[in-house]
Design a protein around this ligand. Structure first.
Ligand SMILES: O=C(O)CCC(=O)C(=O)O
Ligand SMILES: [Fe+2]
Length: 475
């Protein structure tokens, strides 16, 4: 949970003095109190973190063949034919016409395409969220959908190991946190032009961390799903794999962090039929110091903290998260923290530091009458942000100025100028993504990117390690 006051940081906190601690200068809000050795070690730590970022995945996928059930040898990972049943718009339509079994008889492929057309005729245009409203605009999304109240399927992503893979790859193996999938929509993207332009998925709750798409084996061409994070793109091309005769009928799936921008490219022909699921992180475990992460980056962080010259009197580190996170107007949960963010958050915690995650907003997105004011910060960070109704441009107070007291840990006040940043924070791309198109007009939960704030304890020369500080309740 995040509550309390908003805090303000200057982004140019790179100023070190040659020897010894800096004297804070009134005209230099970024002046810092750290020594030269700290400056050098920080540079190394920054570089290592930049490099480590490349190693984290943000999407995964696979395929599962469908087998006709036999009386023998039906193992737990066998996927039987998938049936779909739906509510007809005309209640007098016989049930036999409101059902599709996939794959159907291999000799009647054409029949199957006709059956899909029958399904499509019962589906409604799929809208997307724009500016708080559900909009239908074929320029951005051309697809049809059914809600879960209107259809049923025997397919379950848990039966065939998909959720095991998702949990292992996208929910880092920390504690026994796991992923829960909730069926969300049935969608059909029809050739020659069905598509969904770049968007991020609207979070359904602060516990949502990802989305799962399952594509049924129905012939189509095109319709590649592209998922992007920072400057990387992962593409899932199921159409060519599904094309008749090339492989045994299989479902194809992809799961990805839902703050990652993604896009369905135009379907050239056929029907791209998908089930979509929202993924939630469940069973968060309290993380204790005994729960050390055995990752090179954490070992490196450990070695820096063990260096007696690094922040000998303690201090504060900041890391702008690589992903954006959902939060509601008054709640923010750390249970969905992912990728390198998760490693940094838990890594520092396991090394005896206190860690917090705070939402961040860049000034471009804050509309204030006096935002031309030079004293107004480039970046506003803090727990109180969520209370400012920022997403509607209604910041109702002008108290958020540079060098504001950022936060406090017990008696300890953290000022903006005390924080050494490990990376640069302007995730413009992500901010644009969340202000542009979502898959749903839902404003109750929003994404924003965040800052991880780390309280580094002082070095105790006698003990030969960092001073112990009281662990925080991170629930
Ligand atoms: O069908 C897909 O591959 C993705 C669909 C999608 O992005 C959505 O429904 O939000
Ligand atoms: Fe989406």
């Amino acid at each position: 949970m995040i509550d309390g006051k908003p805090i303000v940081l200057s982004s140019d906190s790179e100023d070190f003095e040659e020897d010894g601690p800096l004297k804070p200068a009134a005209d230099k809000p970024a002046a810092l109190k750290y020594n030269k050795q700290t400056a050098e070690l920080i540079e190394e730590l920054r570089r290592t973190m930049r490099e480590s970022r490349q190693d984290f995945v943000f999407a995964c996928g696979g395929s599962v063949p469908i087998q006709q059930p036999t009386s023998v040898g039906k193992g737990p990972l066998t996927l039987p034919p998938i049936s779909l049943r739906w509510d007809p718009q005309d209640p007098s339509t016989p049930a036999s016409l409101c059902k599709l079994v996939i794959p159907g008889d291999p000799n009647t492929q054409q029949q199957q395409q006709q059956d899909v057309s029958g399904l499509v005729a019962e589906m409604a245009p799929a809208t997307f969220g724009l500016g708080g409203k559900d909009v239908y605009d074929e320029e951005y999304r051309k697809a049809v959908k059914l809600d879960t109240s209107q259809f049923a399927t025997n397919f379950c992503p848990y039966d065939v190991g998909i959720m095991d893979v998702v949990t292992k790859i996208l929910v880092p193996a920390l504690g026994d946190r796991t992923a829960r999938a909730e069926l969300y929509k049935l969608n059909v993207y029809e050739g020659p032009s069905g598509h969904f332009r770049a968007h991020v998925d609207t979070p359904r709750s602060p516990a949502q961390f990802g989305s799962l798409v399952v594509c049924l084996p129905i012939a189509h061409e095109g319709g590649e799903l592209e998922v992007r994070h920072n400057d990387k793109t992962i593409s899932f091309d199921w159409g060519s794999a599904i094309e008749t005769g090339k492989e045994e009928p299989s479902i194809h799936w992809a799961a990805f962090y839902s703050d990652c921008e993604h896009e369905v490219l135009p379907v050239r022909s056929g029907h791209r039929v998908t089930l979509t699921y929202n993924l939630f992180a469940v069973k968060p475990e309290p993380i204790g110091a005994e729960n050390k992460l055995d990752l090179p980056l954490v070992q490196y962080m450990d070695s820096v903290l063990k260096n007696k010259d690094f922040m000998p009197n303690g201090g504060y580190l900041g890391f702008y998260t690589s992903h954006a996170y959902p939060h509601t107007a008054d709640s923010f949960t750390e249970s969905t923290i992912k990728g390198i963010d998760r490693v940094i958050w838990q890594g520092f915690q396991s090394l005896g530091c206190n860690v917090r995650v705070l939402p961040v907003l860049h000034q471009d997105y804050i509309e204030m009458s006096d935002s031309d004011d030079e004293d107004f910060p480039d970046t506003v960070i803090g727990k109180g942000l969520s209370k400012m109704k920022i997403f509607y441009g209604q910041v109702d107070d002008s108290m958020y100025y540079k060098n504001y007291v950022l936060d406090s840990w017990g008696e300890c006040e953290v000022q903006a100028r005390d924080v050494l940043w490990l990376n640069q924070g302007m995730h413009k791309q992500m901010q644009l993504a969340f202000t542009a198109y979502g898959n749903e007009a839902e404003t109750y939960v929003q994404y924003s990117w965040c800052a991880i704030l780390v309280q580094v304890p002082a070095y105790d020369a006698e003990k030969g390690g960092r001073v112990e500080i009281a662990a925080e309740d991170t629930a």
